[in-house]
Design a binder for this molecule. Structure first.
Ligand SMILES: *Cc1c(COP(=O)(O)O)cnc(C)c1O
Length: 415
């Protein structure tokens, strides 16, 4: 007998859970795209999305997923044959570097492996070695969704400054925006990308590039520009169709408006604190489970773990066995292994990921913790006991903490 009936829970690192109010906001006939509500809503989204990013700079919107944003950012920043330095901490940095290579850029990489964050000292050394400043952009992923490492973006900016290097600093926040604290201007980021389907709780299909004055002016001469991806008119549109270079993503705009309202009503500080706390509940359970058996965090040090996704290794192909059992029997889907071993190999099947980004709360986390524990027992997977109890007791201690009033809480920057 399967117990998977009822609402399925897709607990993967994107697409994330779509809130019912977002779905309801999208459930409507085709709106007027020339005048009226949709135009006003679109204009209004721009300042609010800048607030969420922590920037008073520029923003361009696209009908695109994350892969499109990799191309959008690069084609506006640099010219064919330019050199870029990509700091790798997992599969998603590799993906961005690959797009750069295929666009005809010279790509230098600093690879920090799959279990550790970027070491700012090594970044500084690489930039000091570039005495003629041939490197035009430093690129990294804030949270690498494959390894679940979180990089220290402010420390990387300090390293770039310490080396006195003029490269633009570009960061992929697709997995982290609206989940992990991110402050674009305060942390000195020049270009940042994020998409609709993760912390922004909206279906896949909209993407955003935020950029500084420096990136805007230096990029004007970039000869990789193509008409569709060019951010210039999108950032300073006159008519609605100029935001998206064509028909706007009408229903996504309604959904995103609702999602952004939910984030700003909760308050960015509270959103970040909720993600940190719920991640902490998972980690408390995982610490217990890992005290016996094979289960291990991919990122050992909690200070370097994302609050949006956790990558785990169960060894011996058991990650896939656990995932399959949860989907078939309990109606829960966890994330697959990405970038560990060859696809289909035992190593690859040992890994799995829990997505805990966006529209999630304590009972959803406790449900998954209980479900994983159930699957360990059902599948005879050795594990330390007491995971559920550890997660519950972790959460029971935070109930008394004060919320930050949304009005006192601008997310660190700008308004
Ligand atoms: C999800 C993700 C991407 C890719 O996004 P798609 O919408 O699947 O193209 C890129 N970078 C990071 C960090 C991501 O989490």
């Amino acid at each position: 007998m399967s117990l998977a009936n009822g609402r399925h829970y897709l607990a993967i690192p994107g697409p994330s859970v779509i809130p019912d109010p977002v779905l309801q906001a999208m459930h409507r006939p085709a709106p007027n795209i020339y005048t009226g509500e949709l135009v006003d809503i679109t204009h209004g989204l721009v300042p609010d999305l800048k607030t969420i990013a922590g920037t008073s700079g520029h923003m361009a919107m696209y009908i695109s997923n994350g892969h499109g944003l990799w191309e959008a950012s690069l084609t506006n920043m640099v010219s064919r044959g330019d050199k870029v330095l990509v700091c790798l901490t997992g599969n998603f940095g590799v993906g961005w570097a690959d797009v750069a290579t295929r666009l005809g850029l010279e790509v230098e990489t600093l690879d920090f492996g799959k279990h550790a964050p970027v070491d700012p000292a090594q970044l500084e050394a690489a930039l000091r070695a570039d005495t003629t400043h041939t490197i035009k952009a430093v690129m990294t992923v804030h949270v690498d969704t494959a390894t679940s490492v979180r990089n220290d973006i402010a420390a990387m900016r300090k390293a770039i400054d310490a080396a006195g290097h003029p490269a633009v600093f570009a960061v992929d926040c697709i997995a982290s925006l609206g989940c992990d604290r991110f402050e674009m201007d305060a942390w000195g980021v020049d270009v940042m990308i994020a998409a609709s389907q993760k912390g922004l709780m909206t279906p896949p299909g909209m993407g955003f590039v935020w950029f500084s004055d420096k990136a805007f002016s230096e990029g004007k001469a970039a000869n990789l520009r193509t008409p569709y991806w060019d951010w210039t008119t999108r950032a300073e549109p006159f008519h609605l169709y100029e935001y998206f270079d064509g028909t706007p993503p009408t229903h996504h705009i309604y959904g995103l408006r609702q999602a952004v309202d939910m984030i700003l009503d909760e308050g960015l500080e509270n959103v970040w604190a909720r993600h940190a706390t719920l991640a902490g509940a998972y980690w408390a359970a995982i610490d217990q489970w890992g005290s016996d058996g094979a289960l291990r965090f991919n990122i050992t040090d909690p200070a370097h773990r994302s609050h949006a996704v956790t990558t785990l290794n169960l060894g011996n192909g058991d990650g896939t066995r656990l995932r399959d059992w949860l989907t078939e029997n309990l109606g829960i889907t966890l994330g697959i292994s990405l970038g560990f071993g060859a696809i289909g190999s035992d190593e690859s099947h040992g890994y799995f990921r829990i997505g805990h980004m966006g529209h999630i709360n304590a009972h959803m986390v406790l449900g998954i913790v209980g479900a994983i524990e159930t699957s360990f027992t059902a599948l005879d997977i050795p594990h330390g006991i007491g995971g559920s109890v550890a997660a519950s007791s972790f959460l029971s201690q935070i109930g008394t903490q004060a919320r930050v009033a949304p009005s006192e809480n601008t997310g660190g920057c700008c308004g």
